[in-house]
Ligand binder design. Structure first.
Ligand SMILES: [Mn+2]
Length: 424
């Protein structure tokens, strides 16, 4: 379904007095408010095609009504999100879950919704129907060269689909690892992975990147062949300038200082981008900002500082994407909440008084340094995010608008109550 802009404008109009008061309150406090608004309005976060259906666990899956039944309907759902928040102008496809049979038609549909295609994601962590060899014991690291070859060819095929859609990056996450000590020779597994990735790298177009994602455990519970940022960085360094490390917030052990990892990857020009989510225990795939919004802010503080230090464009020089999948929420509401949380953290990071922070650091004034960070973090920036959305033609309150416009009811009417999104 398409959202008529006048319906969003009407809702904005109803809330405009209250918004104006809040916005003016904060705007007078910020010296460079127009610059902050400009940065917020060009900042977009990609939506993965697998996040539009209700996720499941190994214990079960409880689908919601009106889930997208095809790639076309997934694109329409991202179109709904983007029409409301004007901050989700791209979609990231997972192959083979979402193979574009007719790339030209798919591209045209995306363009109608104001969307383009972000990174394409390969999948060698499952066996597909009619697949010749199994990935039970891994893919790019496999002891059998024939399995590695099959996985390499799959990745090259994913690049082919991505080229048809004007994607510019291949995102690789491997579940390759071992469940028990002795199962695997770590060095050989790493070398096999490197050699496989080198073949994939050779097939990348000149203006493409390959993003190497890491994860400490699950589905393997003793070792993962690309288990942390060091292993990913080692691979991406050996591969060359088109390879970079992808940080997924949920792919860290508890207590890991993710902001420090981000800072150093940025320093080395090796930060590919982000998969945003939140977690309490592990790779929980919870809504961004729902558990630890302060950590998200601290990460954005390093991102802004590090990108500015290298003269990078905040909006375009790094891949920004949500990677989450929920069991109980309406996926569109969850994604709207996630994008808002990201924009709030980004806005807060833009408010950090950098000169004062540098001075406090140079004076070893620990208390003042903390005050400066928390001054920004404790600022209620929601009206700034709303103002940026309003100026872009989006809703002041995207999730409120989604509910008031009864979009899920419309989708259920159109698609049925018992639909299951493909892929998950
Ligand atoms: Mn991820």
């Amino acid at each position: 379904m398409q959202i008529e802009k006048y319906t969003v404008d009407e809702l904005n109009h109803q809330q405009s007095k209250k918004h104006q008061l809040r916005f003016e309150g904060i705007a007078t406090d910020i010296n460079n408010v127009e610059e902050v608004l400009q940065k917020l309005s060009v900042f977009n976060i990609a939506i993965p095609s697998w996040a539009l259906g209700t996720g499941g666990t190994r214990f079960g899956r409880f689908s919601g009504g009106g889930e997208p039944r095809s790639l076309e309907e997934k694109i329409e759902d991202v179109g709904v999100i983007h029409a409301l928040n004007k901050s989700s102008n791209s979609i990231s496809l997972h192959i083979p879950w979402d193979i574009p049979d007719n790339a030209a038609a798919i591209k045209a549909l995306a363009a109608q919704n104001g969307l383009h295609f972000d990174a394409v994601n390969s999948n060698t962590f499952q066996d597909q129907k009619d697949q010749k060899l199994s990935y039970k014991f891994g893919s790019l690291h496999h002891v059998d060269k024939a399995v590695r070859k099959q996985a390499i060819e799959h990745n090259i095929e994913v690049i082919k689909y991505g080229k048809q859609l004007d994607s510019k990056a291949l995102s690789v996450w491997l579940s390759d690892g071992s469940n028990f000590p002795g199962q695997l020779n770590f060095r050989k597994a790493f070398q096999n992975t490197l050699e496989s990735l080198q073949e994939i790298y050779a097939a990348l177009p000149d203006d493409w990147k390959v993003w190497v994602e890491y994860k400490p455990y699950e589905p393997n519970f003793y070792s993962t062949t690309i288990g942390d940022w060091g292993q990913s960085y080692l691979l991406s360094s050996k591969l060359g300038p088109k390879a970079q490390t992808l940080v997924d917030l949920g792919h860290h052990l508890q207590g890991t200082n993710i902001e420090q990892i981000v800072s150093l990857l940025l320093m080395e020009g090796k930060l590919a981008g982000f998969h945003f989510n939140d977690s309490k225990y592990g790779d929980d795939d919870l809504t961004v900002g729902s558990i630890n919004p302060y950590q998200l802010f601290l990460i954005f503080n390093e991102l802004v500082e590090g990108m500015d230090a290298r003269g990078m464009d905040h909006a375009t020089s790094i891949g920004w994407m949500i990677d989450a999948s929920h069991n109980v929420k309406d996926p569109i509401e969850d994604l709207l909440q996630s994008v808002q949380a990201i924009k709030i953290a980004y806005a807060q990071a833009l408010l950090v008084d950098k000169a004062a922070l540098v001075a406090a650091q140079n004076n070893n004034d620990v208390a003042l340094a903390q005050e400066i960070l928390q001054q920004a973090y404790r600022t209620d920036v929601r009206s700034l995010v709303s103002e940026a959305s309003l100026r872009n033609g989006g809703a002041l309150d995207p999730i409120g608008a989604y509910r008031k416009l009864n979009i899920r009811e419309h989708l259920i009417k159109e698609r049925g109550l018992k639909t299951v999104a493909t892929g998950l």
